[in-house]
Design a protein around this ligand. Structure first.
Ligand SMILES: [Zn+2]
Length: 195
């Protein structure tokens, strides 16, 4: 059936969804009660129309500032620099970190094939320029790209910020922050070393 395979193809585009799962989703759509489907479609379009990037840290938000930047109980003099919003979610899950974030939106490769301008470094530099930032915790992934980006940030900010630290990974090079369990990630933050 053409319409059915079209839907399966669409589901296959979702992250982590294989052919079998895509087929199960399509079957669900065919069989689910109408109310459930309307709720699903509604919430998708709601997110899509209301979500935007926080102008300060580039987390997702549906108001001016994201919940973290708007929270007065967070320590706004510590910025944890991460590659993606998924990494932010992973760190938030630990409940250990009380500072704020800066989402780079990627890293750049050691050979500079992907330029420095493609990630939000200029914005980070602007955030620290008023002198109110006491510590920058660099939590890019322990990959070649993550390390290159970390070194670049250190050079860019070392004269502007008192303390620049790198989170201490207990995992081999190439690991990914957002696959770490909460305890490992908490230890990595706790054991961060000054650069
Ligand atoms: Zn924010």
């Amino acid at each position: 059936m053409k319409i059915f395979s079209r839907l399966i193809q669409a589901f296959r585009k979702l992250p982590g969804v294989g052919p079998k799962q895509a087929e199960r989703f399509a079957l669900y759509v065919a069989r689910a009660p109408e109310g459930e489907l309307i709720e699903l479609l509604d919430s998708i379009s709601d997110v899509r129309s209301k979500i935007r990037l926080c102008p300060q840290c580039f987390n997702y938000t549906n108001s001016d500032l994201c919940e973290i930047c708007a929270d007065e109980n967070r320590n706004h003099s510590i910025i944890c620099v991460i590659e993606s919003v998924q990494d932010l979610e992973a760190i938030e899950k630990t409940g250990f970190y009380k500072g704020v974030y800066h989402v780079l939106g990627g890293t750049f490769s050691p050979n500079m094939a992907v330029g420095v301008e493609s990630i939000r470094l200029k914005e980070l530099s602007q955030r620290v320029s008023n002198g109110s930032i006491k510590e920058i915790i660099i939590a890019t992934n322990p990959s070649a790209e993550g390390e290159t980006t970390a070194a670049y940030i250190k050079n860019m900010l070392e004269k502007k910020v008192e303390k620049i630290s790198r989170i201490a990974f207990g995992v081999p090079l190439g690991g990914d922050l957002n696959y770490m369990d909460e305890l490992t990630l908490t230890h990595a933050l706790e054991g961060r070393r000054k650069l």
